[in-house]
Each structure stands twice: as C-alpha cells, then as structure tokens.
Ligand binder design. Structure first.
Ligand code: SF4
Length: 487
C-alpha cells in the first residue's frame, strides 16, 4: 500500500509558543515506518506504568501511625474529583477480551458486588473532603449488566457519599454493550445524569464477529445511537478493533464505511494484541486466523484514510473525533488532557477507582485494587478498602509524568516551562532521553527547536514510542516483551 498523508492540521510555525498543533510536515505514514515502531511499548495511561507498581501493604499498615507517605493522603487537598467504577460482569465471553471480567448468568453476584463497591466508597468519604465530582465513568466488563434498579442504587449511593455534580458541564460516561442495552436502560442512565455513551462495536463483519463470539448488527447499533441522541446523550463514541481474526483490509473498510454512516462523535480504533499466553479467552481464537503484521499495518493505514477522508480528526493514541466535537476543539486550543479512560476535557485533581482492579491516582501517585473477586471481597470485608499495589511518586516521576502528558495531549513540550519546573537546564537533565529521541527525530516524528519539542503529524501515530524515550523506569532494565505491540 502506498504512503498516505494523515495530516489534517494546518501548517504552522513550529517555533511559535502559541502553536498547539503540530506542523503538517512529515504527515506521510508508510508501511516501513509503521513496521519500524510496531514493537512492544507501554500505553502510558499512567506514568510510571502500572507494571512498576509495588505492593502497598506496608504503607497501608502504617496508615494509622501515619509513618509512611501514602498516595491517597493527597485526596485531602483536591478541588475536584473523578470517579471510576469497575463493573466486571458480562453475559458471554468475547474471545479477544483482555479485560478483568466475570462471565456469569447469576445476577446475585453483581448485586452483592455492588454492596461492596458502595462499602468501599464509604472508605473514601472523609478522605475526599466532599470535593465536587466532575467526572463519573462506569467501565467493565459490562456496566449495563446491572439492571436499572441497581444502576440507580449505585449512582444514588455514590451521591450520598460524594458531591456528585449535575448538568452538562460534567462528564458522566458509561461503556455499553450494544448487544444487551435496552432502551429503558438508556432512559435510566439519562435520568441519572449520564451524558456520554461509549459502545463496543469492534467489527461489523459477520465472519469476524463469529470468530470473536460477539454478534451485533449495524441495525442494533443504529437504533441505539439514534435513541441515545433523542434522549440527549451529548457524545456517542464507538470502539473498533483492527487485527482481529479473519479481518482483512476490504472487510475493515466496509465496517468503517458503515460506522461513518452512523456518524458517532468519537471513534477509538484499537489494535488487537493476540497474547493467548496471558489472556485465557484468546486461546479460543485460532492463531491461523490472526492477520500477519503487514496486513495489520495495511488495515491501520486504510482505516485511518477512510476516517480522515470522512472528516474525523485524528487526536493521537488511537482516538478520532468529529471536528465539531469538544475533544477536537480542545485539541485545537491546547486544552486536551488524558486519564485512564483516554483523552478528556476535564481532568480532575484526583481519581478514585472503585471495584476490583480499579486504579486511583492523586498528585502523589497511584494505587490499584486487588483483581480477583475473592481477594476484593475479603479485603473490603476486613479493611473497608481493597488496595493492593501502587506507586508513591518522587519529584523526577512528577516531572516525567508532566512531560509525557504534555507530549501526548498537546503534542508539544515547552522546554523553558520544563526548565522552570526542574530548576535545571533541559538538555542536561534529559541528556540520555534526548539521545534516545535522535532516531525518532531522524524519522520525522518530532522536531526540536530551541524552545520546544513538537510532535509532527506523522509522530502522532508514535506517541507511545516518543513517551517511552522519557520513561526512566523502562530504561532501568524492564523487558519490553511484557507490553502490547504498537501494531
Ligand atoms: S469484551 Fe467486554 S463484553 Fe466482551 S467479555 Fe470482555 S468485557 Fe465482557
């Protein structure tokens, strides 16, 4: 496949400090370039990445004595808060799935899990000082596995503990499985204040759907999309995956054309990482059906071409949005932020994650709950919280976290601002990191001026690789093999 241009930003002066978009130079994306950067790399939903987290048992044990610093101590000082609730239950198994989920038809398990989530929320009641909640996200699993009564019980229960804000200047989002989402549930979600809906589509090709055990027609998705719009959901997002078993360029293009016809506001186009040694469900997929690496590259190029020609703007890190969508506008004005759910408009000072495997953060670090249902339930019963592991950040972590977020969200780093924060010359502090960037600069992924590092249009595809150059922990000896491939 020939190189295509993915540039959709106007040409700007890379040295201008007001420039929030990358220059259009270097927008060509070739199979050779994609292949060069396709290897394993962290996704940087956090820095340091979750595989660095350490058991926080000692910090927890010292919590009464106050002897050890704990990342959740900083919750006392926050001005606003994000909440995430992990609902791990699903009715059937999708074979590609790498999520922390429980496949069950026993609804009682979900109901008692909800009791534990609300009990865990109580543990945070005093710690968050009733800071207003500006974001609430239900993820899974399948959050709409919960019946309408339990969805209401969850949100009302959270409202008794936290200062839930209302109105459309807050982001309340829910991940939905279109195969099992009822119109009545959309009514309930809207009444509870949800204004963003994200649907897992993956692919519309029936053969691919059979291979991943996830059958869902465009008709179902269309009906739900229209119903959600009628009910006032302000943003509808679809998740798509390329590299699935049985997919090829032509079938993916047909899926993209159908998706474009349904006109979601946002699209996430993820790469399927086939790791059957890590994820048991994936052993149900025949490896023979997995497209070879070159075919995946061709799919990514073809899907991107289709989406950008249809008017979607590529934001970076797998995400596309219509130009009029607030995320696109935030990207234009340099106000995009990022959290565990991807790009966001409203980063809060802290995130409290509730439920099994949920991750929380504050300015001082991260903490994650136990994964397993049994461990989670036991911990909540014994201690009221289920914290397993995490990371207390030092000053170097903070600066690198800031730098990585600047590059991923604003596609630019102001070196003078970095120096103000560091109290040291940028080139000296990051001497080794800048050396690692040299090949990426030579490939046109970013430009360096005296004032800035600027990600090019081409470089937006390789934000993970650019960020990795600044990941001190990665270069202290981790094996890259544990991360998913970029392609
Ligand atoms: S992909 Fe979603 S619905 Fe399917 S098993 Fe995984 S979490 Fe459940």
């Amino acid at each position: 496949m020939a190189a295509i241009s993915i540039g959709n930003s106007a040409s700007r002066d890379a040295s201008s400090s007001n420039n929030v978009l990358p220059p259009s130079a270097g927008g060509e994306l070739s199979p050779e370039l994609l292949a060069r950067y396709a290897g394993p790399c962290p996704r940087y939903t956090s820095y340091p990445t979750a595989d660095r987290f350490k058991d926080l048992g000692a910090a927890r044990a010292g919590s009464d004595a106050g002897s050890e610093p704990k990342p959740w101590d900083a919750l006392q000082d926050i001005q606003n808060l994000s909440l995430y609730v992990h609902i791990p239950f699903c009715r059937s198994l999708c074979y590609f799935c790498a999520c922390n989920k429980v496949i069950t038809q026993q609804y009682g398990l979900a109901s008692s899990y909800l009791d534990r989530v609300l009990s865990e929320a109580q543990w945070y009641r005093q710690k968050t000082a009733r800071a207003p909640v500006t974001q609430l996200h239900l993820g899974g699993g399948t959050p709409t596995y919960l019946n309408d009564g339990d969805l209401t019980r969850l949100v009302k229960g959270l409202g008794e503990i936290f200062a839930l804000s209302s109105g459309d200047d807050v982001e309340y989002s829910v991940e939905a499985d279109p195969r099992v989402l009822e119109l009545e549930t959309l009514d309930t979600l809207r009444e509870l204040g949800f204004n963003r809906l994200s649907m897992g589509i993956q692919d519309f090709n029936p053969e691919v759907q059979r291979a991943i055990n996830r059958i869902c027609s465009p008709k179902q998705v269309r009906a739900l999309t229209e119903a959600a719009r009628e009910r006032g959901f302000g943003s509808i997002s679809y998740d798509l995956i390329y590299g699935l078993p049985g997919q090829d360029v032509a079938s993916l293009e047909r899926t993209i054309d159908t998706v474009v016809g349904l006109a979601p506001d946002r699209i996430a186009l993820y790469h399927y990482a086939h790791l059957p040694h890590r994820f048991k469900a994936q052993r149900l997929i025949s490896s023979d059906l997995i497209p070879p690496p070159q075919a995946k590259i061709d799919m990514q190029l073809a899907a991107t071409k289709r989406l950008t020609e249809a008017g979607y703007r590529f934001l970076g890190m797998d995400h596309f949005a219509r130009p009029e969508d607030p995320l696109s506008r935030a990207a234009e004005s340099g106000n995009l932020a990022r959290n565990f759910q991807g790009y966001t408009l409203m980063p809060a000072d802290a995130l409290v994650g509730l439920g099994a495997s949920a991750i929380s953060y504050s300015r001082d670090g991260y903490w994650q709950n136990h994964h397993g249902q049994k461990e989670y339930a036991t911990a909540i019963a014994e201690r009221g919280e289920a914290i397993w592991r995490g990371w207390q950040m030092d000053s170097d972590d903070r600066e690198r976290q800031w730098l990585i977020m600047e590059l991923m969200c604003h596609l630019r780093l102001d070196k003078r601002e970095a120096e103000r924060r560091l109290g040291a010359p940028f080139a000296k502090y990051f001497a080794e990191d800048l050396l690692r960037l040299e090949p990426l600069k030579a490939d046109g992924l970013l430009l360096e001026t005296p004032e800035n590092l600027v990600v090019t249009d081409r470089g937006r595809w390789f934000l993970r690789n650019i960020a990795a150059a600044f990941d001190r922990h990665l270069h202290l000896g981790a094996s890259a093999a544990q991360y998913s491939r970029v392609l």
